[in-house]
Design a protein around this ligand. Structure first.
Ligand code: BDR
Ligand code: CA
Length: 312
């Protein structure tokens, strides 16, 4: 698989889960500007790779800005450097030669058709550019497993849109219309996966570097959720979005998915980035699946179990 991301505290947990799961055969991590600018998301991916003892996985820098819009940013949810309270020191191992788009096209086109899954944890700019460069990617890619969008939950950046889709709605619209097979974890599912106190404590008890960093990301999100979003009950927790993509690849039974067709609003200022999810489709020919249910405890158990076996 390939992970395309904008770390980001929850991207970081998703990366740690993938780094600790050898059966995923992670070919590359590609980065995009999103939560913080691409220079920082690329450095952050290299930091997390180093923490996990996985400097063998190449990190390729990707798009600095959305297709048509100004770069957004979500530093208030991820910290100014993008990794919460973690000190952002420059890691020794550099980014790999070649852009994110070049890496995605090369890896997918060299592999057996549909054998490479792509998890997209940030704005879809890199994939949209890759599809423009190589339209055959749409049938060559394995599932494109996306964190993005919102239906019944409403949005988290505007009333109608989720951040990743809102940040580059033009890219998302192109990708959803491309014919790629897509499995989509929007807020409807990720809001069911919450970092409650007992779940974070279980991760802290693991005791290695990967689990400690993951727990520090979750503690940061917990604090921000209390400050910015609100904390309705004492046993509440911040949602954990991006790792759902990797968790589904590892253990699909943790989620319930429904066939659908997804389109993205890219023109309206009011509803920019809204995901229109149409369930009235022929399941046999539908190219999109939308996650409607997630086993939050199961996702956290999986993360804790995998990080217990991490290289570091
Ligand atoms: C998504 O937005 C980003 O801030 C997170 O990293 C996640 O990918 C959640 O809406
Ligand atoms: Ca992200």
């Amino acid at each position: 698989m390939i992970i395309d991301c904008d770390p980001g505290v929850d991207d970081a947990v998703g990366l740690l889960l993938a780094f600790a799961s050898p059966e995923l055969d992670l070919k590359a991590v590609t980065t995009v500007g999103g939560n913080v600018p691409v220079e920082k998301t690329t450095r952050n991916a290299r930091i997390i790779r180093h923490v996990a003892g996985r400097d063998d996985v190449p990190v390729h820098a990707g798009a600095a800005r959305p297709l048509k819009r100004e770069p957004a940013g979500a530093g208030e949810f991820h910290g100014a450097e993008g990794l919460g309270d973690l000190e952002a020191v420059e890691p020794d191992a550099p980014a790999a030669e070649g852009s994110a788009v070049e890496a995605i096209v090369r890896i997918v086109m060299e592999a057996e058709p549909t054998s490479v899954a792509l998890a997209v944890m940030g704005p879809m700019t890199n994939l949209a550019l890759a599809l423009r460069a190589e339209p055959r990617l749409a049938e060559r890619l394995g599932p494109v497993v996306v964190m993005g969008g919102a239906r019944s939950e409403g949005g988290n950046i505007t009333p109608s849109a989720e951040f990743n889709i809102w940040a580059d709605p033009d890219a998302a619209a192109e990708v959803f219309a491309s014919g790629c097979e897509m499995v989509v974890f929007g807020l409807d599912a990720t809001h069911q996966v919450r970092g409650t106190e007992d779940r974070i404590a279980a991760l802290e008890a693991v005791g290695n570097a990967s689990a400690a960093i993951a727990a520090s990301m979750l503690r940061f999100s917990q604090r921000i959720e209390r400050e910015i979003v609100g904390w309705p009950t004492p046993d509440w927790g911040a949602p954990l979005h991006d790792p759902c993509t990797v968790a589904w690849l590892l253990k699909p039974g943790l989620f319930r998915l429904k066939p659908c067709r997804i389109e993205v609003e890219a023109d309206s200022d009011l509803t920019r980035g809204h995901t229109a999810v149409e369930f009235r489709v022929d399941p046999a020919s539908a190219r999109h699946l939308w996650a409607v249910e997630a086993d939050g405890q199961g996702v956290f158990d999986l993360i804790t179990e995998r990080l217990r076996g991490a290289a570091r």
